[in-house]
Design a binder for this molecule. Sequence first.
Ligand code: SF4
Length: 297
Amino acid sequence: MYYNRLSDDLRRTYGAKVYKLSLSSGCTCPNRDGTLGRRGCIFCDGSGAFAQRGSMEEQLTAARRRVAAKAGEGAKYIAYFQSFTNTYGPVERLERLYREAMAPEDVVALSVATRPDCLPPDMLALLETLSRQKPVWVELGLQTIHSASAAYLRRGYDLEVYDRAVEALGTRGIAVVVHQILGIPGETTDMMAQTAHYIGQSGAWGIKFHLLHVLRGTDLAALWRAGEVPVLTLEAYIQALEACLRHLPREVVIHRLTGDGAKRDLLAPLWSGEKKKVLNAIRAAFVRDDLEQGSAL
Ligand code: SF4
């Protein structure tokens, strides 16, 4: 059994356990502020579940406190701007925040989650400058390569936009991590594997897998209540995940095998709220099936 786990990759690179410090840039999202739409992606509850408040110094302190029980002496950290579109704002303001966040010596990298249509030239130039100081990762929420699925999710940009962003980031030495959602209604396991294959060939350094899950307050929840959203069983999720991993080059780093949304707002599938159990089931299945990342390439 083999897949290229992020924790192993980080340990090899930094010789220590590395923890993420979830920080807030205060940015909104063009899919929410009316630029592209007001209701956001169909699954997004807009809560910024992991967002912190306060000055960057206060945020860093609070974020360190959240992982303190796990992180021992000598741990390293990644400054992680996770919620919303963290390059969607004035470059000068974001530069200040990013620099402050990545300044502590034990912060070894900066990770910025955003959309590929929110990377203007001055933002790319800033990220390139910062990457000379410490590694910079940019996370892109592609979710799927299939246009009907992207329209269903209300993603709001075309695949070519993603292609151009990955290329622009890659040529500037910035590592790209791509999010993929498994279980979009109408997608077969083969279609999900095609998305993983595309991501793997696109130049991405890493990938994060998520299950399509229904959160209270989203438009997806209304459709689900109307009986229009079939959700995956755990077995079907694992099967899709294995198919995707088999279609990814061995060196692509697997950042996440399943999502970790706010449990209190989870409507379906309820099994996905038991994150520990889900991860145990996934790992047991990988061993049972002798899963080998890249074996289908
Ligand atoms: S998922 Fe991301 S891009 Fe979509 S509406 Fe929410 S914050 Fe915006």
